[in-house]
Write a protein of this length. Structure first.
Lengths: 189, 175
């Protein structure tokens, strides 16, 4: 009798915990598998900004400054930004297997690889998007070079138009991307 | 005849009583340890209390989680009732202006409703610790955006090189 009561309870607990974990993680990529590379790297960038910090940070962007206002618009809807970037002195400091847990996550859960650029000089860059209907709900960028490994994960509705509008502002490099609206305007002229 | 023997075994014993004593003496109480037969099963009382406590705990956790998620999803409400109703120095009516009868009959609730429309900042002020935290977060966000756009720029550059914009224009129809 006892075991018959125990089993559904454990099942219920498992279902609840799975649902909570799924809800919490959404499009977040777990990058802890890369942590051991920090010991080999000459330079490490580790950014962990969750939703709470994102909201706090968004409040510091000024509404008066045009550049900051645009960044604020982009940042306000996001649920998190996570970056791990390692610069190595020599080649071969990391192996493809180190990236396998990341790739495994990007293979599932609705991720779509948008672009894959391979360059002998500048390495391999992959851009992944996760869609919720027609909206982009997550962005992941994977850059692997002989001496560099970078993983970027933006969680939440990423507005690529707004991201494109950040070009050349506050140290953000110019992407040379034209938003569809801007294109229309130039065509009209 | 003396009955003392019957009461406290003193006096002369009665042979009939003695005979009865001998017959019934076999049934006298004999001290021996209790022996419980092995096949006897004692019914155990089922104790549901720990499981009920766990189930109640889980339900409470779900409830708390639900409330937390719903409050989080609501985000920053444009106006908070607590802020609106906070006591503020009220001096709406100047002494020179004659009071209208409607004004006189206003209840305290109506007075508060009037002050609801007073423009106030909807975002509470950050504490020093929160401000520092926010500054650090802002720096991290900027760094992350810089890195992201740098990588996207690289992709853009490479894809532009691979597929120049005027490539289609320069193509000629064959045949």
């Amino acid at each position: 009798m006892k075991s018959s009561f125990k089993t559904p309870l454990i099942t219920l607990l498992l279902i609840i915990s799975t649902a909570f974990v799924a809800k919490a993680q959404d499009t977040r990529i777990q990058m802890t598998s890369l942590d051991h590379l920090a010991a080999k790297a000459t330079e490490t960038v580790d950014v962990n900004v969750d939703e709470r910090l994102m909201k706090l940070a968004a409040r510091l962007f000024s509404d008066k400054d045009e550049d900051e206002r645009q960044i604020k618009k982009l940042v306000e809807g996001l649920k998190g930004i996570y970056v791990k970037s390692f610069q190595f002195e020599n080649e071969g400091q990391y192996i493809p297997a180190d990236l396998e847990p990341i790739r495994a996550q990007l293979r599932g859960a609705g991720w779509t690889r948008l672009v894959n650029v391979t360059s002998k000089k500048e390495g391999n860059v992959e851009v992944y998007l996760q869609f919720a209907g027609e909206m982009v709900n997550g962005l992941a960028v994977l850059h692997t070079d002989d001496k560099e490994l970078t993983v970027v994960n933006i969680v939440g509705p990423v507005d690529l138009d707004k991201l494109a509008q950040l070009e050349g502002q506050m140290g953000i490099p110019d992407l040379g991307i034209e938003s569809p609206k801007a294109k229309k305007k130039t065509n009209e002229q | 005849m003396n009955d003392d023997y019957l009461w406290d075994k003193t006096g002369e014993p009665d042979p009939q009583v003695q005979e009865l004593e001998e017959i019934l003496g076999t049934l006298r109480y004999q001290r021996k340890p209790l022996q419980i037969p092995n096949e006897l099963r004692v019914p155990q009382r089922r104790n549901y209390f720990p499981w009920l406590a766990i189930a109640a705990g889980v339900l409470l956790a779900i409830l708390a989680g639900g409330i937390w998620l719903s409050t989080r999803s609501r985000g920053d409400a444009p106006q908070r009732q607590a802020e609106v109703l906070s006591p503020a120095p009220v001096k709406e009516v100047t002494p020179s202006v004659p009071k209208t009868p409607e004004r006189k009959n206003e209840s305290p609730e109506e007075m508060v409703a009037v002050h609801k429309h007073r423009p106030r900042s909807s975002t509470p002020v950050l504490s020093k610790q929160e401000h520092e935290e926010a500054l650090m977060a802002k720096e991290q966000v900027m760094l992350a955006l810089r890195l992201t756009t740098e990588k996207l720029s690289l992709v853009h550059k490479k894809t532009q090189n691979a597929y120049p914009a005027n490539q289609i224009k320069n193509q000629h129809r064959v045949g």
